[in-house]
Design a binder for this molecule. Structure first.
Ligand code: DOR
Ligand code: ZN
Length: 349
């Protein structure tokens, strides 16, 4: 047994600041996985149809809570899906309700269920101004959809064409570059004010584009923005492990039925909710930075969103476990990252 096996750390209960839980059977399967590790999660609104209104968010929140026993302490933090029809007034109502944490911008066509998203970002000026005024954060899927842009450059080009414009035009708006994947993204966020932040997924800290093609095409390593080079992966790891307050945990765990992933046109999304905290711990441990894990998972995100820090703690230990090969539900199964493989950390019971 390696000397460090059995090492334990206790941290303040963490937050997952970017999560997909879907609906129906899949939701009932995945919500308990997250609730076992995280006190709160920011729930993405890209259902079909999307969560566009306050009423829809309130009823979606109720459905999520029905997936848990009353004894489980878990808070879903709701977001609304921005469309070309969203008005400044909707932002004001959402803020006054206290039921919405932020607004998610999907460039139309960028990713799963983004067809209802925004096709002309700079036309949303009035809505962004209202968000700045009412202190409503904007969460951004930062990729251009221009077919002339190489798929690996979509984030970098989005930052140049749109993200910088948003940040500079609305300096008081809190903006998140969701699931940052590139060195350019990391460096822009790092050099920005405290109103700009980025969430970081476990899979973008673990995989590179080589993992998409190791021995064949690997549909369970496909997500958007697509995983990038080793240089990009290192930049993301350094940002997270440094404890820098611009960066925080957002798993982007995105369950899809196996039959939709293992398909001639496979869906984008990687499932990590079952083992997200152990995956993060493994990366921080490998970089000898476990002392900054709590900042990344439990403090930086809460401060950015002006939420109280979670009460209570969770203990994780360095102890090998096997990741299940799949999780079955009524119609199909969900295949997690590293299915059937080992992970060197686990949550202590
Ligand atoms: O890989 C992804 N999956 N990226 C996204 O932006 C959306 C997500 C999903 O909803 O499946
Ligand atoms: Zn997402």
């Amino acid at each position: 047994m390696p000397a460090e096996e059995g090492k334990r750390i206790t941290i303040r209960k963490p937050d997952d600041l970017h999560l997909h839980v879907r609906s129906g059977e899949i939701m009932r399967l995945v919500v308990p996985h997250t609730a076992r590790q995280f006190a709160r999660a920011v729930i993405m609104p890209n259902l079909v149809p999307p969560v566009r209104t306050l009423d829809e968010a309130v009823s979606y929140r109720k459905e999520i809570l029905q997936c848990l026993d009353s004894s489980e302490n878990f808070t879903p933090l709701m977001t609304l899906y921005l469309t070309g029809e969203t008005k400044a007034e909707d932002i004001k109502h959402a803020k006054e309700s206290g039921a919405v944490l932020g607004i998610k911008l999907y460039p139309s066509g960028a990713t799963t269920n983004s067809q209802f998203g925004v096709s002309s970002i700079k036309d949303m000026k009035e809505v962004f101004a209202a968000m700045e005024k009412y202190e409503m954060p904007l969460m951004v899927h930062g990729e251009v959809v221009d077919p002339d842009v190489d798929v690996f450059d979509r984030e970098k080009v989005f930052i140049e064409r749109y993200f910088k414009w948003i940040v500079q035009s609305f300096p008081g708006l809190r903006v998140v570059l969701e699931h940052v994947t590139s060195e350019e993204g990391v460096s822009f966020v790092k050099s920005s004010s405290s109103n700009v932040a980025a969430s970081i997924t476990p899979h973008h800290m673990i995989l590179t584009r080589n993992d998409l093609f190791s021995g064949g095409i690997r549909p369970h390593h496909y997500c958007l923005p697509v995983v990038k080079t080793e240089k990009d992966r290192k930049a993301i790891i350094n940002a997270a492990l440094s404890g820098d307050s611009h960066f925080f945990s957002g798993t982007d765990s995105a369950p899809h039925p196996a039959s939709h992933k293992e398909n001639s046109c496979g869906k984008a999304g990687i499932y990590t909710a079952w083992h997200a905290l152990p995956l993060y711990a493994e990366v921080f441990d490998s970089g000898d930075s476990l002392e900054n894990l709590e900042k990344f998972t439990s403090i930086n995100g809460a401060r950015f969103y002006r939420l109280p820090l979670n009460e209570g703690t969770i203990t994780i230990e360095k102890s090998r476990q096997t990741v299940p090969a799949y999780f079955s539900y009524a119609e199909d199964k969900i295949i997690p990252l590293r299915a059937g493989g080992e992970i060197s950390w686990q949550v202590s019971e």
